[in-house]
Design a protein around this ligand. Sequence first.
Ligand code: AHG
Ligand code: MN
Ligand code: MN
Length: 334
Amino acid sequence: MSRVVTLHEFIMDRQADFPYASGELSRLLSDIAIAAKMVSMDVRRAGLMENILGAEGNTNVQGEEQQKLDVIADKQFINMFRAGGEVCGIASEENDDFMAFESEFSRKGKYVVLFDPLDGSSNIDVNVSIGTIFSVFRRKSEIGSPATLEDMMQSGEEQIAAGYVLYGSSTMLVYTTGKGVNGFTLDPMIGEFCLSHPDMKMPENGRIYAMNEGNINICEGGIKEYIENYCQKTLPGAERPYSGRYIGSLVADFHRNLIKGGIYIYPDTTTDPEGKLRLLYECNPLAFIAEQAGGLATTGRERVLSIQPERLHQRIPFFIGSKQMVEEAMSFLK
Ligand code: AHG
Ligand code: MN
Ligand code: MN
């Protein structure tokens, strides 16, 4: 039997990939893993604890009802970043504005993190997979000063790390620093993330499509045609149409497609004319991972990672998955 490689060992080994790195990014990734373990514990006990399950009673800046776990996860990650010293500021789905950490210690941090503390929150109460998504940038502002909006509004191309944690049938952490994608599974017996999916590659093509098809008649014409006359047709050479799989937690739908091959689309609709998913803490990090694994992520028209953000909670139409499948879907858009 080969020896187990823990996330911590893996991060330390890979530090040599960044010749001028002084270890801060490694420490930041380790902090994320610790916060992820804490949130994972809360998720695993949610059904038993009245203070964990259910609605918080507030709506966030996006007009969505906050769940208790959204708020718990948000605080858990923020506390970890604030105490770590590598991060000078954050932005998250659950906070209207970005946060510049006040202490002198934090102001010396080189990085900012943008994150969705809990993705798929409508699935919390029904015991379906949820996740955390994160994106890391080097700050633009001077070290020692407070973090600025400009630090947060960088294009996805400038990400230096991105990843997600999936609280599924097991808890997994998948991340990239721009040198491929690696996946780690939390071993609950030893409380460590262990390398389980080295050098992940997304199949070039696949047979799974994921979309909220309730929206089919409020999307632009090309989408309906793509779904009905392509995904749902038995095309020449195939035995059957594609399989439809939609969990409603982006991170879980993406993870399945990363492993099996497939496409996820959330186009703009008449009710969400800019799309639903947020560029900075949902689309950018997953787009970075997709490209690193050989997949593709676009708005249906342009590459996600090339977009210059205009607003913190900006939404975009999102097409992500196996390269050939995303290209095929895009060809249906007029
Ligand atoms: P969040 O729970 O962070 O607000 O994100 C929900 C997102 C995403 O996870 C999911 O794929 C999508 O919203 C589901 O939207 P619909 O319910 O409109 O299909
Ligand atoms: Mn989300
Ligand atoms: Mn969320």
